[in-house]
Write a protein that binds this ligand. Structure first.
Ligand SMILES: Nc1ncnc2c1ncn2[C@@H]1O[C@H](COP(=O)(O)OP(=O)(O)O)[C@@H](O)[C@H]1O
Ligand SMILES: O=C(O)C1=C[C@@H](OP(=O)(O)O)[C@@H](O)[C@H](O)C1
Ligand SMILES: [Mg+2]
Length: 183
């Protein structure tokens, strides 16, 4: 049973989805601070629970096992309320995860253009196993293919050429407006 419809909108979890490196962890953390809520990053939660970095989980037991861990941690945390949650860029590959998240959280899709994302590769490539061994063309293909899984969300935010702080402020303002509107 997925909790969700019975939770008042002001108490619903806020969730960030989107491709690797768009800023889900950074912006989620900032939004949580601004709203005085707990922040949960699903990758960090998996690392804590399984006492292994995500890169090692991929290397030692593989992506399939990681996806199972990801589903379990997300399912558990979506039962809570008033949290700010950032999931990994591959979480929405699983339909079950998408359904749980969309029913128990206000889901923000953080979007970024390919041109801007490309400039961030050096910041993220070593810590993202999915990017290992991929050429720029492979990455571009994955970047565009993955858009389909993010198409279900509650709000899309274009983050191009904006500081993380500005994006977080915009999200907090839009949430406050929505809360007033639906009160
Ligand atoms: N709006 C932004 N502008 C510039 N760099 C950013 C922005 N948001 C995040 N970053 C940087 O991009 C990298 C990936 O951010 P991160 O929050 O880990 O993304 P994700 O969780 O979506 O993979 C980090 O080095 C972070 O500092
Ligand atoms: O897109 C993906 O498949 C992944 C994204 C990563 O999280 P970020 O989106 O926070 O980088 C992390 O969950 C793992 O490396 C797999
Ligand atoms: Mg992250």
């Amino acid at each position: 049973m997925v909790k969700g419809h019975d939770v008042p909108i002001k108490e619903k979890n806020i969730m960030f989805i989107g491709f690797m490196g768009v800023g889900k962890t950074t912006i989620g953390n900032l939004v949580a601070k601004k709203l005085y809520r707990d922040f949960i990053d699903i990758d960090q939660e998996i690392e804590r629970k399984h006492k292994m970095p995500v890169t090692e989980i991929f290397k030692q037991i593989g992506e399939k096992a990681f996806r199972q861990m990801e589903k379990e941690v997300i399912t558990e945390l979506c039962q809570k309320k008033l949290k700010v949650i950032s999931v990994g860029g591959g979480a929405f590959l699983q339909e079950e995860v998408r359904e749980i998240c969309l029913s128990s959280c206000i889901v923000f899709y953080l979007d970024l253009s390919w041109g801007s994302w490309k400039d961030r590769i050096s910041l993220i490539v070593d810590s993202r196993p999915v990017l290992q061994g991929k050429s720029l063309e492979d990455m571009e293909k994955l970047f565009h293919e993955r858009k389909a899984i993010y198409s279900t969300h509650h709000s899309k935010i274009n983050t191009d050429k904006q500081e993380a702080e500005e994006i977080a402020d915009y999200i907090v303002d839009s949430l406050k407006l929505a809360w007033e509107l639906y009160e």
